[in-house]
Write a protein of this length. Structure first.
Length: 519
């Protein structure tokens, strides 16, 4: 629709300048061109029906939720379910969480469908009438023209021409405003659909695995509850990769993996084992990983703090430090923002790597599972990736400089993130507000799937790399390798200032690295 609006605006300018005796041919041409721009699709009646059906399905989901809640109150201790030896209480709680998310989504969705239908219903006849007016103006203005471009003095009437000009301006203005209004309503509507598709599909992204449906629901939702739907240990993309990896195992490895899952102490423990498999580690490595974390398998807080840097806090809560054992995940004073944000992002998608950073592979060893030891490993890793990712000439005192380019960022994103998520990153430049707005949907889609998105900013010659790690509603969650996360609105991103008032933070987004094939 943006191309159509650009064409309408172009003809809007032509019509405004097409007046008086010497404007008859221009008014005829601009009126015809303005009328030729197609209208917008969509059938309000169909969308009203969808809204009504969603409301009915939401009532059924609420009834199912009530039924599960009644079962949840029964004494189920000692009862087991599924292929991975789930406690029945875990299964019921997971089903409750999944149904609660479905019911909430449906409750929120049927109203936007209706709102969009109303917008279409109001805009369609107005746009059709304006199109008809432009056709009429084009035909009548053509009759005032001779030889294709000169005014026909035998037909020309000053008052008639003035009236046609006013009619054309009103019609083209209406077409522009209706198209802009429908585009705005459509963007709001599609953003809501993307939000719900991202959050509500996670519980069904393991559905192609060889496990039972109840196992899939419990493991896909591990780490979340009905209040915090966005904290799943397995992202949507990781759920897909875990299911594919399980299906791809031979019989021996599949039995071994299922034994690991059955012996795990909690849904969170099982989910981290699947996350390790999704990151591409063979079953033998997953087994060794399990041996390192099994003693804490029933401690979700220990698992979360040792096996990933980020948590999805609530938008609007301000900046939150990212710490392990009191020590920040921060680049400090080093010029390693690209490498540091990439190391943290790999820790978020690869739990074996995160465990190495936090414990050196020695959980509970006071000399290794410690904030100071973590800081040393963190610094060593960021400098290793920084040094390996730069060209030799960048270290020369005359032509070199500190930091890494966007192209180098894309390269190490492939090596350090994409290798564990199955994605390949491409660098996308953003030159202005329109480009930033247009790229937002792709950023949202990527992080909704579970792909961290490197983001370069620049102001007054200073550059920085941040990492987009989350999306909720109208906001994006950002990891700053200075050691904190914070939320920005999409409007702030599009306007070009995500510094949150920090004068030391370059705030204008200039480029992103996006996983290819995610839209």
């Amino acid at each position: 629709m943006s191309d159509d609006i650009d064409r309408l605006r172009h003809e809007q300018g032509n019509i405004r300048g097409a007046y008086g005796m010497w404007g008859t041919d221009e008014l005829a041409a601009a009126g015809a061109a303005g009328a030729a721009v197609p209208g917008f699709g969509g059938d309000p009646a169909t969308i009203y029906d969808i809204s009504a059906n969603l409301a009915k399905v939401q009532q059924l989901a609420e009834q199912a939720l009530d039924a599960v809640q009644q079962v949840n109150g029964k004494h189920l201790a000692g009862t087991w379910a599924g292929d991975t030896h789930l406690a029945a209480t875990e299964a019921i709680q997971a089903v409750f969480t999944d149904l609660h998310g479905l019911s909430s989504a449906l409750k929120d969705l049927h109203t936007p469908f209706r709102t969009y239908a109303v917008a279409l219903e109001n805009a369609l006849p107005a746009d059709a009438d304006a199109t008809a007016d432009l056709h009429e103006v084009a035909g009548r203005a053509a009759k005032l023209t001779a030889l294709g471009f000169l005014p026909d003095l035998s037909e020309y009437d000053r008052a008639q021409m003035a009236g046609l000009h006013q009619q054309a301006m009103g019609a083209i203005d209406t077409r522009v405003s209706t198209h802009e209004g429908v585009r705005g309503a459509g963007r709001t509507f599609s953003a809501l659909l993307r939000d719900h598709a991202a959050g509500d599909a996670r519980g069904r992204r393991l559905s192609d695995s060889p496990m039972t449906a109840i196992d899939e629901i419990v493991l896909a939702g591990a780490g979340s509850d009905w209040l915090t739907q966005n904290t799943n240990i397995l992202s949507a993309a990781q759920g897909d990769r875990a299911a594919a990896a399980l299906n791809g195992l031979d019989d021996t490895d599949r039995r071994a993996m299922m034994d690991l899952l059955s012996g795990a102490a909690s849904p969170e423990h099982r989910a981290y084992l699947l996350k390790a498999l999704a990151a591409g580690h063979p079953v033998g490595e997953v087994s060794k990983f399990n041996g390192l974390i099994a003693a804490h398998g029933d401690d979700p807080k220990w698992l979360a703090s040792h096996l990933g840097p980020f948590t999805m806090d609530i938008p609007g809560d301000g900046s939150e430090d990212v710490r392990f054992d009191g020590t920040k995940w921060t680049q400090g004073r080093d010029p390693t923002c690209v490498a540091a944000s990439t190391v943290a992002a790999r820790g978020a998608v690869d739990p074996l790597y995160a465990l190495y950073l936090t414990t050196g592979g020695h959980p509970d060893d006071p000399a290794q599972d410690d904030g100071a030891a973590f800081a040393t490993r963190w610094k060593d890793e960021t400098h290793r990736i920084y040094d390996d990712g730069r060209d030799w000439w960048q270290d020369l005192p005359v032509v070199g400089g500190k930091g890494m380019s966007s192209e180098q960022s894309a390269m190490i994103a492939d090596e350090q993130i994409g290798a564990y998520t199955g994605a390949r990153y491409e660098n996308v430049q953003m030159a202005g507000a329109d480009a930033r707005f247009d790229i937002l949907s792709r950023i949202e889609a990527a992080v909704d799937e579970g792909h961290p998105v490197p983001l370069s900013t620049r102001d007054a010659g200073e550059g920085h790399q941040l990492m987009v790690i989350g999306h909720q509603g109208d906001e994006l969650q950002i990891y700053n390798p200075w050691g904190n996360t914070y939320w920005i609105t999409k409007d702030e991103f599009a306007r070009g200032d995500i510094s949150q008032g920090d004068p030391d933070l370059p705030g204008t987004p200039r480029s992103v690295r996006l996983p290819q094939g995610v839209n």
